[in-house]
Ligand binder design. Structure first.
Ligand SMILES: Nc1ncnc2c1ncn2[C@@H]1O[C@H](COP(=O)(O)OP(=O)(O)OP(=O)(O)O)[C@@H](O)[C@H]1O
Length: 745
């Protein structure tokens, strides 16, 4: 009885939808904005109201409800609390809804996601797309996290639609299950790599009906890191489709855009005329911090902002792991979290969810630098210099999102001052202020870190690797005006290693495929990639501190006269505590270094397969000499640590010595006692024997036998008897000699 009713209701709904779609199609066509037009400023009043039955133009509207959208999408938007459009949404949605390709750029946190999610839902709805139609839209994102986040927005806004969709994220583990279902998904959100996997491996994977292709963070996806994958995707999807490209830092390269074959695209850059490239609600600071003071500065910052939600960016996974582990052991008084690309996707998701809820500090690699929408982040701290201006903009964009306030701080080494110049350049449009490090801000934690490393030796290994990967990341950077290892001295490397609590400066050895590899490449490329045979290799052996290598007279390594490393550290600390006036008009508080830099040369153009080493002056060492060098220059040693170790050894030796002496005295005393006892016993025996002789005992013979072989003590009387016996023996011998001589004669 019910069935026909249900069927009738479903038919009714279908008919309503068909009517709605007809109406929407007419409206979209009739009221579409002219190509290359922008919406009028908000202050300008809308045009005359449309006559009854006429479709209003939607190029100038400000509310989602005024757009030609399906009721289902409008309901979804309302339920999620979205009523008024942001600037990028106002500018992009009218063009995207009428089927044009869009290349959209707007500041971070300005609502670009909705600017492409709404056209996707609407297009598939108007095409009456269903599960049996297969893949209708592919959204590419550079990271799994961002893909997951986009999919969440789709499920929120599209909750009243009937599309099937999925975020293809995580590792290959569940790929078999994915292969079974991927063809029935209408909307796919994934990284380029995961999509290529399905294109190559999933039998019958079909996207021949694809309607839309979206690239979020388009500049990064079109960057050379994803080149081969994107090319593979483009070659396998239909040419006739709608393409939407969005990013806060948009690519303008014609070559890049030609690869995705945009059809007469609308270039929408809503903040092009804005005074700043970053959100207006963002306060930005930069601080010049010497390499070896960075961790102290970070610790001090965290301690002073215990009530702030902070994201800390570091340049490599190992650094993130190391700093997180160390700080966790030192307990700053605020929950700490860490996130990087080596974590499972589920773990990353849990961390982001947790970070969303709690006031804490999140240490992260650039995996979280793009797109991640975390609520109410107060501070973004960039401990390691960003790769370029775009990277800076995306990192700071994790705060001050959608009209909320936020602050950012970037630490730059004096050697990276060129980055500060770039940030301050007018064309960068970044209103950044220089902050001087203050004495009361700086807490020295190197000793505490060293103690933690002693207690947890596995962290020492992590520290070494963090040290090496940091220097490697600088070496691999393209922009040599900013990132140049040769600007750092061996002493700085040693001081940096000491600041990580390492007793010895690890040897630095770099291997690379190409001269210019981006940081992303470095992070993404596995070590196995770096191990292939056709690579070049550069080794930088840090110079041993000259004070340690010189040994004159009694200047012994055991008892160093001057712990040079400490002196340097103190000097620089003094600089931090009392910053000098800037030398240039750049208004930079450079913490000048007290020592002259010894530059290290890196010859990346030498013939492949050879290993070039350099002496202290940066000159290439002949191969054989370098072998000798290797033996002598192996690690840079911290003189103070050595003296400390030797002092400890000396103390231990003295203690052992004391113990040995006591032991020896004790054994001597025991021996003496035993001797005395023995003597006493003998005397007792003798007196007993004497008394028996006197009494004429019958057991004389037996007593003699018993005493045979034993030492005998003679009395005076006995001595005389023995002398007599000796005379008789001499006479007998003389007689025997006489007889013998007669016989021979
Ligand atoms: N029209 C709107 N009204 C209210 N909030 C909005 C609106 N549009 C977007 N938002 C909110 O603004 C925040 C930032 O949006 P979104 O993540 O889309 O920014 P984005 O421009 O993509 O940033 P990024 O460049 O960092 O990726 C989100 O929390 C989103 O929910």
């Amino acid at each position: 009885m019910r069935r026909p009713k249900r069927r009738a209701a479903a038919k009714q709904t279908r008919l309503r939808e068909v009517d709605e779609i007809c109406l929407l199609n007419e409206w979209i066509d009739a009221g579409k904005p002219l190509p290359r037009t922008k919406p009028p400023p908000l202050s300008q009043s809308a045009g005359p109201a449309p006559a009854a039955g006429e479709h209003p133009e939607y190029g100038a509207c400000t509310l989602f409800d005024e757009l030609p959208l399906s009721q289902k999408t409008k309901d979804g938007l309302r339920k999620a609390g979205f009523t008024e459009m942001s600037e990028i949404q106002r500018a992009a949605l009218p063009h995207a809804l009428c089927g044009r390709d869009v290349l959209g750029a707007a500041k971070t946190g300005s609502g670009k996601t909705l600017a492409f999610v709404i056209p996707v839902l609407e297009k598939l709805y108007r095409e009456r797309w269903g599960p049996e139609d297969g893949v209708g839209c592919i959204i590419l994102s550079p990271t799994n996290d961002l893909a997951g986040q986009i999919f969440e927005v789709i499920t929120t806004v599209g909750q009243f639609h009937n599309f099937s969709g999925g975020a293809i994220v995580g590792k290959r583990k569940g790929i078999e299950l994915e292969k079974e279902h991927v063809n029935s998904l209408n909307i796919l959100v994934c990284t380029p790599g995961r999509l290529v996997q399905h294109l190559n491996e999933t039998a019958n994977f079909d996207c021949s009906q694809l309607q839309l292709l979206v690239l979020d963070e388009a500049d990064q996806i079109l960057d050379h890191g994803f080149r081969s994958q994107v090319d593979a995707i483009i070659s396998q999807i239909p040419k006739v489709r709608q393409t939407l490209l969005f990013s806060a830092t948009q690519t303008k390269s014609v070559k890049d855009l030609a690869r995705v074959s945009l059809r007469d695209p609308e270039y929408i850059s809503v903040h092009e005329e804005a005074k700043t490239a970053t959100p207006d609600t963002l306060e930005q600071y930069a601080m010049i911090v010497p390499l070896e003071q960075k961790l102290n500065m970070l610790w001090s910052f965290i301690k002073r902002h215990l009530n702030s939600k902070t994201i800390v960016f570091l340049s490599s996974v190992k650094q993130v792991k190391f700093v997180y582990e160390i700080f966790k052991k030192l307990r700053p008084g605020i929950p700490l979290k860490c996130m990087h690309g080596r974590m499972k996707y589920e773990v990353q998701q849990a961390i982001v969810a947790d970070f969303n809820e709690t006031t804490s500090v999140l240490f992260s690699t650039d995996i979280s630098s793009r797109g991640l929408d975390i609520e109410n982040v107060d501070w973004v701290v960039q401990v390691d210099c960003p790769e370029n201006i775009d990277n800076y903009i995306h990192r700071v964009g994790r705060t001050a999102r959608y009209n909320k306030k936020g602050k950012s701080l970037v630490f730059l080494c004096p050697e990276e001052e060129a980055m500060l110049e770039k940030l301050k350049a007018t064309e960068s449009k970044i209103p950044i202020h220089i902050r001087k490090p203050k004495a009361e801000q700086l807490e020295q934690i190197s000793q505490n870190i060293a103690s933690v490393l002693v207690k947890f030796p596995s962290l020492q290994d992590l520290g070494k690797r963090a040290f090496v990967t940091y220097l490697k990341s600088i070496y691999l950077q393209k922009d040599k005006k900013v990132f140049d290892l040769s600007r750092f001295s061996a002493e700085q490397f040693a001081a940096y290693a000491a600041s990580l609590g390492l007793p010895v400066t690890p040897k630095i050895r770099f291997i690379s495929h190409k001269k210019n590899v981006s940081k992303k490449d470095m992070e993404d490329s596995d070590m196995k990639q770096m191990k292939s045979s056709s690579k070049r290799e550069v080794i930088i052996t840090p110079k041993i501190n000259s004070d340690l290598s010189v040994c004159d007279g009694d200047d012994d390594i055991l008892y160093p006269k001057k712990p040079t490393a400490d002196t340097n550290m103190d000097y620089r600390l003094d600089d931090v505590l009392h910053p000098k006036e800037p030398a240039t008009d750049t208004n930079v508080t450079g913490l000048e270094r007290p020592f002259k830099k010894k530059k290290l040369k890196i010859n990346v153009n030498r013939p492949s397969g050879t290993r070039v080493k350099y002496d202290d002056e940066g000159n290439a060492i002949p191969p054989l000499a370098s072998v000798a060098e290797e033996i002598s220059l192996e690690p840079v040693v911290h003189k103070d640590k050595i003296s400390q170790r030797y002092a400890e050894m000396l103390r231990e030796m003295r203690e052992h010595d004391k113990e040995d002496k006591l032991e020896h005295k004790k054994s001597l005393r025991e021996k003496k006692l035993q001797k005395k006892l023995k003597l006493k016993r003998k005397r007792q025996e003798e007196t007993e024997a004497g008394s028996e002789e006197d009494s004429g005992s019958e057991s004389d013979r037996g007593q003699d036998t018993a005493n045979k072989g034993k030492k005998r003590y003679f009395s005076d009387g006995e001595d005389n008897d023995a002398a007599k016996d000796g005379d008789v023996l001499a006479q007998q011998e003389a007689l025997a000699l006489k007889l013998l001589s007669k016989m021979h004669s």
